[in-house]
Design a protein around this ligand. Sequence first.
Ligand code: HEM
Length: 149
Amino acid sequence: MQARFARLFLIAAVAALPLTQTFQASAASADVRAEEKEKSELGKLMGQINKHMKSLKKNIEDAAQKESNVKDFGGIAELADKCKAHAPETAKTDEEKKTYADMLGQMAATAKDGAKAAGAGDVEGAKKAYEALKKGKADGHKKFIPADK
Ligand code: HEM
């Protein structure tokens, strides 16, 4: 009788194993999701810059959207200045920190040029600034975001 009970218990335990593994796996992926959600201050500012860039992408060629373009470039200039105070962990040495701050300073200056051009109805000038910002993003990310991120 006892042996039969033990056998039954063993079968039930083995049957339940995949279930516990599933629970563990989903708990682990919930942890990963929570980690992903927790953005750094720099990540938050970058996210806001990204929204302005998306808006520019949509409106940059449209002279009727001049005011919106001026606002987006202005927003990027302000946010880039704020980013300066949040050097990423990947900028370790003083030299790297300076490079980071310089790149953000360049980004703010380019965005101000873009705002001026857009305000003057100079679509070509505004597009040039937009492209320069995209290039600055690519360069900055290549330098300061680890390849596996
Ligand atoms: C138009 C210019 C740029 C745009 C649209 C942009 C956009 C973004 C976006 C969307 C993220 C991910 C944020 C998140 O979801 O966590 C990010 C992260 C980051 N960006 Fe940029 N970026 C720009 C320029 C730059 C520049 C110039 C640099 C450095 C010189 C830079 C350095 C970084 C770093 C280090 C992160 C990682 C932040 C973190 O995870 O803590 N970005 N950026």
